[in-house]
Design a protein around this ligand. Sequence first.
Ligand code: PTJ
Length: 262
Amino acid sequence: MTEYESVPSAVDDETEIPTDHPRYQDLLTRHRIEAGVEKGITHLQGMHAEGRGSAFDYLLGEETIPSADDAERAAAAQLLLADHPVISVNGNVAALVPGEVVDLASTVNAAIEINLFNRTPERMERIADHLRDHGAEDVLGLDADARIPELDHERSKVDAEGIYEADVVVVPLEDGDRAEALSEMGKTEIVVDLNPLSRSPQVAAIPIVDNIIRAFPNTTEHARALADADDATLREIVDSFDRAEALAAAEDRIRSGDLAGE
Ligand code: PTJ
């Protein structure tokens, strides 16, 4: 039988990607996903997910549009108001923004929980180690001692003291049925997805239509700016955010073909 070797990439390390390349952000995310697959963190299907996202990012002009910035500020306020916020991490999130997950979690005092569609003990351990290498102290998801009701795949496996108990859950990069099941459990969801028509942003209290490599650092920056705000101010920011308007603005931008900077 013929054995095939994968074709070596022209770039071994992301520092080799020229920052002035017109598609720099796309090359960077592609490279991180590829590296994640090689490390056994990201599932091969994660490349497909990345391709879906990058097509929408291209149409958004690869920038944080104003409605996404509003959503990121509302998300920061919502996380600061939460009693028990949890950031859910899959193989793509771990590969793309491990340090940014840890930064956001420590800024808003959230737990980090791994939740995988293609769950194997090896991937769970590798992702937990990867997050710890980026500064995470506690990583949840490995116990999986609770279940999200009405969901019969691996994503239903959660920690009792994590997502199961959470009041606010950040759900990035998954177009699926878990977001709906979580909202039926009464959780407030913050979803990051470049496709405003995906199932998850459609049911989120706060849909963020932005690339996670921009969305997480920007949400953290908003959270730092709001750190001293009182609850009434934070509540006002959350209440004045209009989820339908944010989804419509993103869809408009994608459909209009108004490619700023192209
Ligand atoms: O790591 P696992 O085993 O849990 O597997 C994760 C998969 C790949 C199964 C999961 O990511 C997935 O369900 O992929 P989908 O269904 O293709 O959905 C991914 C969604 O994320 C799509 O709607 C994309 O638009 C969006 N997306 C992809 N990359 C980005 C993104 N959104 C924001 N930023 C990105 N960089």
